[in-house]
Design a protein around this ligand. Sequence first.
Ligand code: 3HC
Length: 286
Amino acid sequence: MKVAVIGAGLMGSGIAQTFAQAGYEVKNIDTFKDALAKADENVKKLFEKKVAKGKLTEAQKDEILGRLTYSPRMEDIKGAAVIIEAVPEKIELKKSVFAEIDKLADPEAVIVSNTSGLSISEIAAATNRPNKVMGAHFFYPAPVMKLLELIRGIATDDETYNTMKKMAQKIGKTTVDAPEFPGFIVNRILVPMQNEAAFMVMEGCEPKDVDNAMKLGCNFPMGPLELTDFVGVDIMLGTMKGLYKGFSDSKYRPCPLLENMVKAGYLGKKAGQGFYRYDKDGSIIG
Ligand code: 3HC
């Protein structure tokens, strides 16, 4: 079965890798050729590390990489039974991508958005087949995180939902049904906590103190600020803004420090600077 993943950023490339590891033929599509080259390089590096650690043989690595190919052409979604969109969280962009998918995808294709909180019904309405559209929210890093939130739009039919649910099991994910409201389940709880941690830094707390408190006091694998850097300060702020706008509730007011950080290009680990500074290998240096 062929799967197409649209978007080769951190999420899209990780989702493509996840499906390739599970045995699917995957086409990772992005109109930005630089994004494709970077995704290819990152995935290869990751697999080389796994071979070096003895977690994968050279032959297994080549087999998985052989199933994962890249393309800058949207036409390459043709023949895909499942199409997963993972482009940036901008509703107009997602709608235009879905309108294009609608023109090119096979009639029976299941079309999935990896949105972290936008309306599936609104995205689906950009197509002439809203019954074939649903949400599946992956977590970063997609190949590692076990959860997949499944979200039905108003028109999503049972066949579409069941196909995606079965596929989720095949790629080793545990699913939960999430309501079609901003942030679904995880981000509605997690992101306000990250936002609150940013407010504490704005009030003068050291990021290390906030993170150590949550790691040692709550057994979190990463502190909320380290996690914000890991996912991307811009991504986290975008989700917070989605909650604020979607619920029209001041309790989701984004922290102004996050706005300043994004304006300054302090986007987290990928930029070498966020709440912490990073070396070129991604280790914290300050
Ligand atoms: N991409 C792919 N795989 C990765 C990865 C990445 N960016 N980072 C780590 N991994 C893999 C490694 O290859 C390794 O696999 P292996 O065991 O087969 O060799 C495995 O993860 C463990 O990595 P490490 O040993 O290097 O590091 P840790 O044991 O410290 O684990 C972690 C790293 C899994 C990232 C862990 O710190 C963790 O669980 N952090 C919290 C992550 C989290 O909360 N994610 C949710 C973010 S919110 C979100 O995604 C919402 C969205 O809308 C933005």
